[in-house]
Design a binder for this molecule. Sequence first.
Ligand SMILES: [Zn+2]
Length: 115
Amino acid sequence: MTAARLVHFPAFVDPVTFAQNVYALVGCWIWVFFLVLLAILAWTAAKMLAWRAEKEHYAIRARRDRIGPDGQPYPPTGRGICAACSRTFEKVFVLPSGQKLCRDCYHRRISRDGQ
Ligand SMILES: [Zn+2]
C-alpha cells in the first residue's frame, strides 16, 4: 500500500499527478504575475517618454511664439493693417516706430535686415 492510496483525494484529483499539477499551476501564476508586472512597467515607461516628448514639443512651440528667428523677442502685437502688404490681420507686430507688420512681412523684414 502506497502513501497516495492512504490519502483520500476527491474523485477529480489524480493522486499520481497532483503535485505536478500544483507545481505547474503555481509556476503559471508566477509567470503571469511577472508578465503583468512587465507590461505595467513597459506601459509606464512608454507614457513617461511620450509625456517628455510632448512637454518638449510644447516648450519649443511656446518659445517659437515668443522669440523670433533672429533670437530677439517679438514686439508687442495688436489687430490692424500690415504696412507692407496692406492686408488686415488679427495679429500684427507693432514696431517701436509705430509701424504695424504682419508675421510674414515681419519675418521678411528681419531676414532682410539681418543680411
Ligand atoms: Zn504683411
